[in-house]
Design a protein around this ligand. Structure first.
Ligand code: BTN
Length: 254
């Protein structure tokens, strides 16, 4: 893939095969690579998901990318990057395929209720401040996921939902541009606008959810997300709970 033509003026590296684009971007970060460095691969041999899971994608079927950021933020502001990446991806999916993409807190991208993509943000910090952040996106584009028993029940791809093959390169360009726009909102002091847009794309909102957290199981109604991206849930006792890490299972709509 000719990334120089697709993203003129940007440090952008393409690999037919790589271990993990996130690992490579972190290595580049430690060697001083600049803000906005983009790593794209056709295939990963050690793709990683959240919570230590694997990320599976046959060669040439998906969008597998990582972007390196160096914002002058504290670590508590870093969730904005996940917001920018998932919202930008949802907007680009809509623009290129016409499909309505929704976001499942904290980092999944859904189409028609099934997972089509995920974000993995990894941070390097010095004290309270970020020294870098790498945000990785895996998106199932032209892939019959029903042939992969591990994910067949819960996942989908854009080609399955659109019932036609998708222009992967056009989508990649649209995603990177849309994510850049969302990130620029934060840099210009409009992160509240980003949070509001992100919340409107959130599939989890107003639903009864169960979340497995390190401190135990929380069940209740998802009310919204705060500025740091934490999910706000009213539990069965009417108490507000603030969830920062966990896996959400949606039980019902309201
Ligand atoms: C998740 O849903 O758990 C997050 C998945 C993130 C996968 C992407 S693929 C590109 C980048 N490189 C990786 O190793 N992981 C992310």
């Amino acid at each position: 893939m000719d990334l120089a033509a697709l993203f003129p003026g940007r440090r952008a590296l393409f690999f037919p095969t790589v271990g993990s684009t996130n690992d490579l971007a972190r290595e580049l970060a430690s060697r001083g690579a600049p803000e906005g460095t983009l790593v794209v691969a056709d295939e990963q041999t050690a793709g990683r998901g959240r919570l230590g899971r694997r990320w599976l994608a046959p060669a040439g079927t998906s969008i597998l990318l990582s972007v390196l950021y160096r914002p002058a933020w504290t670590t508590s502001e870093a969730f904005r990057l996940t917001m920018a990446c998932s919202l930008g991806t949802a907007e680009a999916v809509k623009a290129i395929t016409g499909l309505e993409a929704r976001i499942k807190w904290p980092n999944d991208i859904l189409v028609n209720g099934k997972k089509v993509g995920g974000i993995l943000a990894e941070l390097g910090w010095e004290g309270e401040r970020l020294s870098y952040a790498v945000v990785g996106l895996g998106l199932n584009v032209n892939w019959d996921v029903t042939t992969c028993p591990e994910i067949a029940r819960t996942a989908t791809s854009l080609s399955i939902e659109a019932k036609k093959p998708i222009d992967r390169q056009g989508l990649l360009k649209a995603i990177v541009e849309a994510v850049d726009r969302c990130y620029a909102l934060c840099l210009s002091g409009k992160s509240e606008e980003l949070r509001g847009d992100w919340e409107r794309h959130l599939d989890t909102l107003n639903k009864i959810v169960t979340i497995e957290t390190e401190a135990g199981r929380v069940q209740g109604q998802a009310l919204g997300v705060d500025a740091e991206g934490a999910l706000l849930v009213r539990d069965g006792q009417g108490q507000a709970q603030r969830i920062t890490v966990g896996d959400v299972v949606v039980s019902s709509g309201l």
